[in-house]
Design a binder for this molecule. Sequence first.
Ligand SMILES: *[C@@H]1O[C@H](CO)[C@@H](O)[C@H](O)[C@H]1NC(C)=O
Ligand SMILES: *[C@@H]1O[C@H](CO)[C@@H](O)[C@H](O)[C@H]1NC(C)=O
Ligand SMILES: *[C@@H]1O[C@H](CO)[C@@H](O)[C@H](O)[C@H]1NC(C)=O
Ligand SMILES: *[C@@H]1O[C@H](CO)[C@@H](O)[C@H](O)[C@H]1NC(C)=O
Ligand SMILES: *[C@@H]1O[C@H](CO)[C@@H](O)[C@H](O)[C@H]1NC(C)=O
Length: 304
Amino acid sequence: MSYHFLCLLFLSIVTNVLGGDLSMIRIHGKPGIFKTSETLDVSWQNCMENCWADINCSVVYMTSDIQCQYFRFGTISTIQHADSREDQIALKIQISGNQCPISNPLVPGPTYYIQIINGQFYKTTMAQSSLSNNIFNLTYSVSTCPNNTKLFQRGETTVVCIGLYFFEDPLCNNQAEASALCNAQNGTLTGPANADEYEYIQDISNSSKYTSNPDSYTWLTYWIDGVGTNTLKVYTFEDPTHDGSTNYVWTEGSPNLEGTHICVYNPGPHDKYVQVYPCIDTVLDKAVCWRGALCQVPPIIEIF
Ligand SMILES: *[C@@H]1O[C@H](CO)[C@@H](O)[C@H](O)[C@H]1NC(C)=O
Ligand SMILES: *[C@@H]1O[C@H](CO)[C@@H](O)[C@H](O)[C@H]1NC(C)=O
Ligand SMILES: *[C@@H]1O[C@H](CO)[C@@H](O)[C@H](O)[C@H]1NC(C)=O
Ligand SMILES: *[C@@H]1O[C@H](CO)[C@@H](O)[C@H](O)[C@H]1NC(C)=O
Ligand SMILES: *[C@@H]1O[C@H](CO)[C@@H](O)[C@H](O)[C@H]1NC(C)=O
């Protein structure tokens, strides 16, 4: 079944942080199941524009020429397709390109709408209901990272929380213990998946030297994801989501060791970049301490 939909795009005014274009898609339909809504006394056009500009608005419904029903994030869970031209509803979606898709963008779906607000990841998923072709389900989730980790998006809908985790006793330890430290948080060792992550990782590694260095080592270093193989520069990884060593910035002359007993760490002594060293090492005199692990741990996901 196909049906006509109208599409309004407000592009070039706002581009969302993730590069996708924010649009309101107007279709013939009406609200189904919802918890709460508000009434706005504005024209339909203004109502759609208000929703588009409000990060917390998901859906609007035309109740008259001068009034609309306004649904915030998490409040409306189904939309019912209607044949009547009188019933107009507009949903916020994210589409690429600056024109309306030629077929209904909500079918077959799912279609996502994603926002990062104050370090939290808000996701709206729209999908055709299994009950009927004429019903769209909207589901909402908010992902929040544990304290002392930062949220990063990897791929369309994957988010990870990245942070340094420190050894407790002894304060300096080997790569297997680093991996265990991440596993204890239901995570894995990780590495940078892009330049933003790399910058964050360098920042937290650097500042830890001033905050987590009771024995005053010259360098604090951290195991990151990567165990050597018998081929130079080829590693096995615990975390498949950071694109291997693509975004690792190596110390000049590194990596210069191979073998399955070699592991990757960050930042190297003598500079701020990635190096390799035997996995079983924990300290190098008073100069270097492998102080912990760079982990990716799962966000806490709240579903509406
Ligand atoms: C969005 O609106 C909901 C429902 O009114 C509210 O609970 C929530 O705090 C709002 N979120 C933001 C980011 O403003
Ligand atoms: C849509 O929601 C209905 C009612 O909550 C549910 O029974 C159905 O399985 C959902 N369909 C999809 C595709 O999620
Ligand atoms: C996270 O930090 C906040 C503010 O410091 C604190 O109120 C909260 O209890 C912490 N949460 C956890 C799970 O430690
Ligand atoms: C790890 O996952 C298990 C099972 O889902 C859960 O019970 C436990 O609380 C999680 N641990 C942490 C630190 O999140
Ligand atoms: C590392 O942190 C110190 C103290 O905050 C700061 O002075 C220094 O510029 C930082 N170095 C780098 C390379 O970020």
